[in-house]
Design a protein. Structure first.
Length: 508
C-alpha cells in the first residue's frame, strides 16, 4: 500500500520559505502531504483577484442588459472551471506537473509545441495580472496623496511584481502557505463591495446598442468567460501533484470546481454591477481606480489593497506554472531559474502596456482571451478525454523516460490527438470573432463567435472516433506489465533506472 508522510513532516525538496528543488519531475509518494483544505484555500485566493472582475466588465461592455450578462457570467463562467477541475485529478494520481502529464496524450517530443503555446498563454495572463495590480497601486498612492508622473506607477510595479516573482521562485510550499492570508483579505473586500452595490441593482440596465445583435454579444461573452476558467487547464495539475495518490478523484474535482469557480463568478458578478452603476468610460480606462465613485473611501481603500493582493496571489500561481512550462519546452534550467526567465520576458509586455499603450488594455485582453480559446478548447477536450480513458494516471516512465518512453514519437494515439487538435483549432479559428479578427464563418453569421463551441466538439468527436480503441489497447498493455496490487503504488519504481538524458533539468 502507499505510504504517505505525516502532514507535519518537512519535505527537504519543498520547504516553506526555502527554494523548492522539484520541477516537472515525478513527486515521490512520501513527499505528497497536501490536503484538501490547502488546495481549497489556494484556489480561493487565486480566484479572488481583479482579473475575474474585469471579465464581468468586458461582458457587460458587449451591450447586453444586466440580467443577460449575469446569465453568461454566472452560468457559463462556472462551466469554464470544469476543465481545470478534471485536470487536477491527474496531478494527484500521477504526482507529475501538467506540462509533463500532457505528454501521454500528445507525445514526449511533439508536446513541446503545446508546452510553448501554454507558456505563451501563461505569460499573457501574467501581464494582465501585473497591470491590474499596478493600476491598484497607483490608485492607492493617489488616495494617500501621491499622484502624477510615472513615480507611483514605477513603485507599484516593483512592489507588485517583486512579490509576485519571489513567491513562485521559492516554490510550491511557500505559495500554498501565503495564499491562505490573501484569501481572507480578498473574501472580506469582495463581500463589502457586493453589499455596497447590490441595493442599486437594475437588471435591465445596459450601455445600449454597440452594433451587434444580442445573440452575437451572448456568444462572444460566453467565449470570454470560458477562457477565464479554461486558461487554468495548463497548470491545474501542478498543485495537487503534492496530494496523496489515493485522494478520491471526485473530491478533488468538487474542491477545485467550487474553490476556483465560485469566487471567480462572484467577482464577475461584482464587475457587472460596477460597470452598470459606475462611470463606464472610467472603468474601461482604469478598471481598478475607475471604481472610486462607486464606494465609500474605506471600502475603496480595502478594495485597492485586496486588488494588489489578488494580483500577487494569482500571479504566484501563473509564474510558478509558467516556470514549469519553460522546463517542459526544453530550456535546460532549474525550476526557479526558469521562473526568473519567464518574469523577464513578461516584463517587456508589462512595461509596454503601462508606459506605451494608448489605453486599449481591455480590448487587448478581450482579443487574448478569445484567441486563446482556439487552442485551449480543443486541447483540453482531447487531453481530458484521453486522461479519463487512462484513469487519470500518467507514469514517470511514460513522461520522463526519454527515448525509452512508449510515447516518445507520434505513433498510436498521439497521431490521432494531433489530427483532432489541428482540426478543432482550424474549425475554431474559422468561427472566431474578436476586435482584431473575424473568421469567415463568424462573419457570415452576423459576426457571432462560435469558436468555443465548434472547436472542442469537433476535436473531441474526432479523437473519440479515431483513438478510443488504440488508447484502450495501450491501457491494457500498461496493466499487463505492472504488478497486480496497484498501478499507482508502483509508479515510484519508474522514477529510477530510466533514461533521463533528454530531460536532465526536469528535477530542478
Amino acid at each position: 500500500m502507499s505510504q504517505v508522510a505525516p502532514q507535519d513532516a518537512v519535505d527537504p525538496h519543498n520547504k516553506r520559505f526555502g527554494v523548492e528543488t522539484n520541477g516537472i519531475n515525478f513527486i515521490p509518494l512520501e513527499e505528497r502531504k497536501m490536503t484538501h483544505r490547502q488546495l481549497s484555500l489556494f484556489w480561493i485566493a487565486s480566484s479572488f483577484y481583479p482579473f475575474n472582475l474585469l471579465l464581468g466588465i468586458l461582458v457587460y461592455s458587449l451591450g447586453m442588459p444586466v440580467w443577460l450578462t449575469l446569465v453568461v457570467v454566472l452560468g457559463v463562467g462556472l462551466a469554464g472551471y470544469i476543465y481545470p477541475a478534471f485536470a487536477s485529478i491527474a496531478g494527484a494520481r500521477s504526482g507529475i506537473a501538467t506540462q509533463a502529464v500532457t505528454r501521454v496524450t500528445y507525445g514526449v517530443q511533439a508536446n513541446r509545441l503545446n508546452n510553448l503555446i501554454g507558456w505563451a498563454v501563461g505569460i499573457a495572463y501574467e501581464i494582465a495580472n501585473v497591470v491590474v495590480g499596478v493600476f491598484a497601486g497607483v490608485a492607492l498612492f493617489d488616495q494617500l496623496g501621491w499622484s502624477g508622473g510615472n513615480g507611483p506607477k514605477i513603485v507599484s510595479f516593483f512592489i507588485v511584481y517583486g512579490v509576485s516573482v519571489l513567491l513562485p521562485y521559492l516554490g510550491h510550499a511557500t505559495v500554498i502557505y501565503v495564499q491562505r492570508f490573501f484569501a481572507v483579505v480578498l473574501i472580506v473586500a469582495s463581500a463589502l463591495m457586493f453589499i455596497s452595490l447590490v441595493p442599486d441593482l437594475d437588471l435591465n440596465a445596459s450601455i445600449g446598442d454597440i452594433g451587434i445583435s444580442q445573440w452575437s454579444a451572448f456568444m462572444i461573452g460566453c467565449g470570454i468567460v470560458l477562457a477565464g476558467g479554461w486558461g487554468y487547464v495548463m497548470m491545474a495539475a501542478d498543485y495537487p501533484r503534492y496530494m496523496p495518490d489515493k485522494t478520491p478523484g471526485n473530491s478533488i474535482f468538487w474542491t477545485v470546481l467550487t474553490s476556483a469557480g465560485l469566487p471567480a463568478i462572484f467577482l464577475g458578478l461584482i464587475g457587472v454591477l460596477m460597470a452598470a452603476q459606475g462611470d463606464f468610460d472610467a472603468l474601461i480606462a482604469d478598471p481598478v481606480g475607475g471604481a472610486k465613485t462607486l464606494f465609500s473611501t474605506p471600502i475603496f481603500l480595502v478594495w485597492l489593497i485586496a486588488a494588489i493582493g489578488g494580483s500577487i496571489a494569482n500571479n504566484a500561481l501563473t509564474l510558478y506554472s509558467a516556470g514549469l512550462a519553460a522546463q517542459a519546452v526544453g530550456l535546460p534550467l532549474k525550476r526557479y531559474q526558469a521562473t526568473i526567465v519567464d518574469a523577464a520576458i513578461a516584463t517587456i509586455g508589462i512595461v509596454y502596456i503601462l508606459f506605451k499603450d494608448d489605453g486599449g488594455f481591455l480590448a487587448w485582453m478581450n482579443s487574448i482571451l478569445v484567441f486563446s480559446v482556439v487552442w485551449l478548447g480543443p486541447f483540453g477536450a482531447i487531453w481530458l478525454m484521453d486522461l479519463a480513458w487512462r484513469h487519470w494516471l500518467a507514469l514517470p516512465e511514460e513522461v520522463h523516460g526519454g527515448r525509452h518512453s512508449p510515447f516518445w514519437g507520434m505513433s498510436g494515439a498521439r497521431r490521432y490527438a494531433w489530427i483532432a487538435l489541428i482540426a478543432g483549432m482550424v474549425a475554431a479559428f474559422l468561427c472566431i470573432s474578436v476586435p482584431k479578427y473575424t473568421g469567415p464563418i463568424a462573419e457570415s453569421l452576423d459576426f457571432t463567435d462560435y469558436s468555443w463551441v465548434v472547436g472542442p466538439i469537433i476535436a473531441a468527436v474526432l479523437y473519440f472516433l479515431l483513438a478510443k480503441n488504440t488508447v484502450r489497447d495501450e491501457v491494457t498493455h500498461r496493466r499487463e506489465r505492472l504488478p497486480k496490487d496497484s498501478e499507482i503504488d508502483t509508479a515510484e519504481a519508474f522514477d529510477t533506472g530510466v533514461d533521463h538524458s533528454l530531460f536532465e533539468h526536469d528535477k530542478d
